[in-house]
Design a protein around this ligand. Structure first.
Ligand code: DGL
Length: 271
């Protein structure tokens, strides 16, 4: 039994879709969330910058007594998981491994699509795991740089002509390739599930990387006896690097519930 919180971070708000999954699958666990809203997006940046930012994000989270860290960001997970894990003595979880494994298992026609940020696609991290787990798998990867700013600006609903046009433009080649499984390789994208599913068709399975990593965290916590006590409800603490003003409204959309807890601002460059 271990009631210490789990640290979760993302370049911005996207990681809150992972926290939403934690609330569902691990309701007893407490969370300290950091969103680097002052420096989002990470997805178009160099490897060195992403690594430097991620180290600062982790250094801030480590000011709390945590039992594990979840990198709720496809960009950081695909770029810096090995380094961050090696530097920490508590477990560090990334979204790539569990999501890529699941995709390799659930595909029926061995055609898997991946949509993510430029940085994630550049690393080839998803493809490596998918091909290793399923050598028959053919992968189709695509960077969708406009999705993150559109999601952060609330353009997520079916009927919104802007997001529907961008989805059609980006995803046509992947739909034409006949994939039966599509990995949402960026934690912002689950907010677009409805629009993407409408475009891809009901026969295509969409995988949410946040949901997959939380499943892995759950298994590990229970296997090692580090799960929180079952008679408690998890508590949540929120931190961002930009102004806290718009956080509550935007976060409510990502979390699917009103945010009532206080939000702190962090001078992340100091870490
Ligand atoms: N949420 C981040 C991810 O999963 C993407 C946002 C960004 O580009 O910073 O990759």
């Amino acid at each position: 039994m271990d009631n210490r919180p789990i640290g979760v971070f993302d370049s911005g708000m996207g990681g809150l879709t992972t926290v939403r999954e934690m609330a569902k699958q691990l309701p007893n666990e407490s969370v300290v969330y950091f969103g680097d809203t002052g420096r989002v997006p990470y997805g178009g940046r160099s490897r060195d910058t992403i690594l430097r930012y991620a180290r600062q994000d982790v250094a801030f989270l480590r000011t709390f007594d945590l039992k594990a860290i979840v990198i709720a960001c496809g960009t950081v997970s695909s770029t810096a998981l090995a380094e961050l894990s090696a530097e920490q003595e508590i477990p560090v979880f990334g979204v790539v491994g569990p999501t890529a494994l699941r995709a390799a298992q659930v595909t029926r026609n061995n055609k898997i699509g991946l949509i993510a940020t430029k940085a994630t696609v550049r690393t080839g991290a998803y493809e490596r795991v998918m091909r290793h787990a399923n050598p028959m798998a053919e992968t189709f990867s695509l960077a969708c740089p406009l999705f993150v700013p559109l999601v952060e600006n609330g353009r997520t609903q079916p009927g919104d002509v802007v997001i529907e046009t961008v989805v059609r433009d980006y995803l046509s080649p992947i739909r034409d390739a006949g994939v039966d499984t599509l990995v949402l390789g960026c934690t912002h994208y689950p907010l677009l599930t409805e629009v993407i599913q409408n475009f891809m068709g009901p026969e295509v399975t969409l995988l949410d990387s946040g949901a997959e990593v939380v499943r892995q965290v759950r298994e590990r916590l229970y296997a090692s006896g580090h799960q929180a006590a079952e008679n408690r409800r998890g508590t949540y603490r929120w931190f961002v690097s930009d102004t806290t003003e718009s956080f509550t409204e935007l976060a409510s959309r990502f979390l699917g519930r009103p945010v009532t807890e206080p939000v702190g601002q962090v001078a992340i460059e100091r870490y």
